[in-house]
Ligand binder design. Structure first.
Ligand SMILES: NC(=O)c1ccc[n+]([C@@H]2O[C@H](COP(=O)([O-])OP(=O)(O)OC[C@H]3O[C@@H](n4cnc5c(N)ncnc54)[C@H](OP(=O)(O)O)[C@@H]3O)[C@@H](O)[C@H]2O)c1
Length: 282
């Protein structure tokens, strides 16, 4: 998997980096950190069912499921929490043993607020809550982060370096925005996959063989996404550039942009996801 390996931003960590939960997202981050120069000897992982790649890292000096030693607090420069939100009440409080004066805690748990993490850890802990999305698995995610008042400029830079390993990073000041972020970019990849599914079905309905319709939809979504990624133009301009007046694209867009079209549907969908996120966060 291609990773940005040019910036060795993590080669000079002064303390240890503790990853709690090396599942899909934790492992994606870990791959990115190693590509950015993280020395496995600076890494500790807590993971009940470590993948063989994690066991291999342990052979290169990473601490795997090690009990906290007397130096644990002084050592932990950052703790990254990547367990499922439902595991948090059991998994987070014991991490207090690793939290020292200059430790940054970075959580990517969906729906677990800064307030929840503050209550579970020693008072005054510097905490960043972040919401990544699944393209993180190929280093092409986008993460939105928010910090509590204890996070220093240095820790914020560290959080940016840790999160940049899986894609782009944006910061917001207001934690309440994380619900809408979850609804847009967190859940967003599923909307794009649904678009490919719906285009496939529509292609079949228009007379194409199913396998051809599937390939056309898949490559069109992926290719248009890559074009958008590489272009300096915004999405609306790219759309206008491929729409001739009175042409075939215009005929489809009249339907998609008409009453109850894409805009209305996505506004309703994202509002529903925002509401659900707010409800789940309690
Ligand atoms: N995947 C995404 O696209 C995405 C997007 C945004 C945010 N997130 C957030 O990222 C977090 C991780 O998601 P994921 O998809 O990577 O989940 P996952 O694949 O299930 O990974 C979580 C890992 O944590 C391990 N674990 C369970 N209890 C633990 C404990 N007490 N201490 C240490 N590790 C423990 C799990 O092991 P077992 O399997 O043995 O329980 C599992 O390997 C979630 O909070 C999720 O909300 C994910």
């Amino acid at each position: 998997m291609k990773r940005p390996t040019d910036k060795k931003t993590l080669s000079k960590l002064s303390g240890a980096l503790l990853l709690v939960g090396a599942g899909k997202m934790g492992s994606a981050m870990l791959d990115g950190w190693l590509a950015r120069g993280l020395n496995p000897k600076k890494l500790a992982v807590i993971e009940p069912q470590p993948h063989k790649s994690i066991k291999a890292l342990a052979r290169r000096g990473a601490a795997l499921n090690a009990k906290p030693g007397p130096k644990a607090k002084a050592d932990a420069e950052a703790i990254v929490i990547a367990v499922k939100p439902q595991t948090a009440p059991d998994a987070v409080p014991p991490l207090g043993l690793y939290v020292g004066k200059s430790t940054l805690v970075l959580s990517i748990m969906a729906g677990r607020t800064i307030g929840f993490i503050e209550k579970a850890l020693p008072s005054g802990t510097a905490i960043v809550r972040a919401m990544p999305n699944t393209p993180a698995a190929i280093g092409r995610g986008i993460t939105v982060a928010v910090a509590n008042a204890k996070v220093t400029a240095r820790q914020r830079k560290l959080a940016t370096d840790l999160l940049s390993a899986i894609g782009k990073v944006e910061w917001v000041k207001d934690e309440a925005l994380i619900d809408a972020v979850t609804a847009l970019s967190g859940s967003g990849p599923a909307y794009v996959f649904l678009l490919a599914e719906a285009m496939t079905k529509a292609g079949i309905a228009a007379g194409l063989p199913a396998d051809l319709a599937s390939r056309l939809a898949r490559e069109t979504v992926a290719g248009a996404g890559e074009l958008l990624h590489r272009s300096t133009l915004d999405a609306a301009t790219l759309r206008q550039n491929v729409t001739s007046p009175g042409g075939t694209t215009a005929a489809a867009l009249e339907v998609l942009m008409g009453p109850d079209g894409f805009d209305e549907l996505l506004t309703k969908a994202i509002a529903a996801a925002t509401k659900r996120s707010r409800h789940l966060a309690g």
